[in-house]
Design a protein around this ligand. Structure first.
Ligand SMILES: Nc1ncnc2c1ncn2[C@@H]1O[C@H](COP(=O)(O)OP(=O)(O)OP(=O)(O)O)[C@@H](O)[C@H]1O
Length: 255
């Protein structure tokens, strides 16, 4: 509530600005002139059928893939061409659908690593050992995993593992978090739990792009909904309008 839905309402520089983004794999066009501006503080849902280009778009934003045409700007700065770790230090974090925690580390140590390599590596920042511990426990409390700090991640349940993945992303103190299918395979109440967690993170000032196929989660979370089909943005606006759009129903929701 109180959040502008469309990017045009914002006069300020958007946190993320993607312009005319294009990416091919050989002769296959995975992204075709995609434009997207995301204002600071927004909760944006990104949906589309399998293979529509959502992950490719996220990879071009986070730096694991390089776009061929167009541009990506973050916080007013052009970042396409920057390696992924540099983008992470600027405040861009993503979580993965399949969590990949370090096996030999505890839950707390898994959170400490991104803290050290992103926050601790920012210019002018020196975190003492006790500051590291405090921040680590703060992030674990945010995801309600403080009691599991000394466990091995592989002793966690599926939903706890997803929370750890989000905690690792949050440890980097991001301005933008891209949550890639954080809820796949979870029960109804676990999905609600993760949606509530993402909303709490957003309330702490983090702009969030959520990629998700579970529509009740998308609708509960999103202030704005963007639909990709065959590498093109076919709809962008208020979720309740977008899900009624006949092109969206025909290409995705009706299938
Ligand atoms: N490294 C790659 N090499 C060749 N083709 C690729 C590569 N990565 C993605 N693609 C193709 O690009 C298209 C878009 O894939 P992408 O993974 O971005 O879709 P998606 O919307 O994230 O799908 P899903 O919902 O299934 O995760 C697909 O046809 C995919 O096969």
């Amino acid at each position: 509530m109180g959040q502008p839905v469309a990017e045009e309402v914002i006069g300020d520089v958007p946190l993320l600005a993607i312009e005319q983004l294009g990416k091919r794999f050989g002769g296959f066009v995975a992204l075709d002139t995609v434009d997207l501006k995301v204002p600071q503080g927004q909760r944006l849902g990104l949906i589309g059928p399998n293979g529509s280009g959502k992950s490719t778009l996220v990879n071009c934003i986070s730096g694991t893939l390089q776009n061929e045409t167009g541009s990506v700007s973050f916080d007013g700065q052009r970042i396409d061409g920057f390696p992924a770790h540099r983008r992470a230090r600027l405040g861009l974090a993503r979580s993965f659908q399949l969590p990949r925690p370090f096996r030999t580390m505890t839950v707390a140590e898994n959170v400490r690593v991104p803290l050290i390599y992103t926050v601790g590596a920012r210019a002018g920042v020196h975190l003492t050992q006790s500051e590291l511990e405090d921040r680590c426990m703060e992030v674990l409390s945010l995801v309600a995993l403080q009691d599991k700090a000394n466990k091995n991640p592989f002793d966690l349940t599926q939903v706890e593992m997803r929370k750890l993945e989000l905690a690792r992303a949050m440890a980097a103190e991001p301005k933008l978090l891209i949550a890639d299918e954080s809820m796949a395979g979870l029960s109804h109440s676990e999905v609600e739990d993760i949606v509530a967690l993402l909303i709490r993170m957003n309330e702490r000032g983090v702009t969030i792009i959520m990629i998700e196929h579970i529509m009740r989660a998308v609708m509960a979370f999103s202030q704005r909904l963007v639909v990709l089909v065959s590498g093109r943005k076919i709809a962008d606006g208020a979720p309740e309008d977008v899900i009624k759009d006949k092109d969206v129903v025909g290409a995705y929701l009706g299938t």
